[in-house]
Design a protein around this ligand. Structure first.
Ligand SMILES: [Zn+2]
Length: 224
């Protein structure tokens, strides 16, 4: 079985297209990324309507901002943890607490940016619970796991190959941080570490972040 993984940069947020027998998208980036999204798909010779599912790792505006536009372009079902369903449907813009000094500094900027961000709400098709959600029905060998910490409803997609798409459960790059580690904003740093453990215990080998570079999962082991 062949797995294709394509990273799309949709406004300071890496989103991922995953193709096996089916084709799904992880996260949708900042608002107004529809044109960029279509351009990237064209360059990959991918037809938008082939995307059957859009998984939102969590409900922050840099991940859900273009959900409405991309749902319209693809017709894909939108899935998110039930705790953050309203954030997507009502286009809410909550900000969790900062972690550390750099987090506090970045939060000042984030607050300013966030007040200026506007995007439409998007109906959620699948409000996921905390139990594993299999992707076999979508032609993907893997599942969505509840991995709270950055937010209480954060989810990660883990393929059977060991590729893990974690949203903001780990950050690995500027301007967020140098090197892989704790997100600079998080509702619970204890929960973040438990979720890292959960991913490792379930066979994660490679970590794909929304902010930062791909890295090998055993790096997380050293940070626990
Ligand atoms: Zn986030």
């Amino acid at each position: 079985m062949k797995t294709e993984i394509h990273r799309l940069s949709l406004g300071m947020c890496y989103c991922y297209l995953i193709k096996q027998e089916g084709l799904i998208l992880v996260d949708t980036g900042f608002p107004n990324q529809g044109k960029k999204f279509l351009k990237e798909l064209t360059s990959l010779s991918i037809v938008p309507k082939d995307i059957s599912l859009i998984i939102l790792t969590h409900g922050h505006n840099d991940h859900i901002g273009s959900a409405n536009e991309i749902k319209g372009l693809t017709g894909g079902k939108v899935a998110i943890n039930q705790r953050e369903k309203e954030w997507v449907e009502q286009a809410l813009k909550p900000l969790p607490p900062p972690v550390g000094l750099w987090g506090k500094i970045m939060m000042i900027m984030l607050k300013r940016v966030t007040t200026r961000i506007h995007f439409p709400g998007t109906p959620v098709d699948l409000a996921l619970g905390d139990e594993d959600f299999s992707l076999e029905d979508y032609g993907i060998h893997g599942r969505v796991l509840h991995t709270p910490g950055h937010t209480a409803g954060s989810m990660s997609l883990l393929l059977d190959t060991g590729d893990a798409f974690v949203g903001d459960l780990v950050m690995n790059g500027l301007p967020m941080r140098i090197g892989a580690g704790m997100p600079i904003i998080a509702e619970s740093t204890d929960a973040v570490k438990k979720s890292w453990r959960k991913l490792l215990d379930n066979g994660a080998k490679w970590i794909y972040c929304a902010h930062g570079k791909l890295f090998q999962a055993d790096k997380l082991q050293k940070l626990l």
